[in-house]
Write a protein of this length. Sequence first.
Length: 80
Amino acid sequence: MERFILLFIILAILALMLYFRKANRTFLKKSQREEHALKEKIGLHKQQLSFRKTKLQQYNFLIFNLSEVLVSQKSINLKA
């Protein structure tokens, strides 16, 4: 009788170990997929930031801002 109880306990422990090992592997694979997706998004955002920085360095603020200021804006009412 004691052997059956001991055997049952050992089998239960093995079953739990296998279950949690499988659950851990599933969780690990899901985490790796999410990490990969996040790294791809970060890479895309870095490319966008680099592109914007390059374009801002090429932009001549004095020329473009002065030309926009000199455009007549009739929609603005200056009378108080």
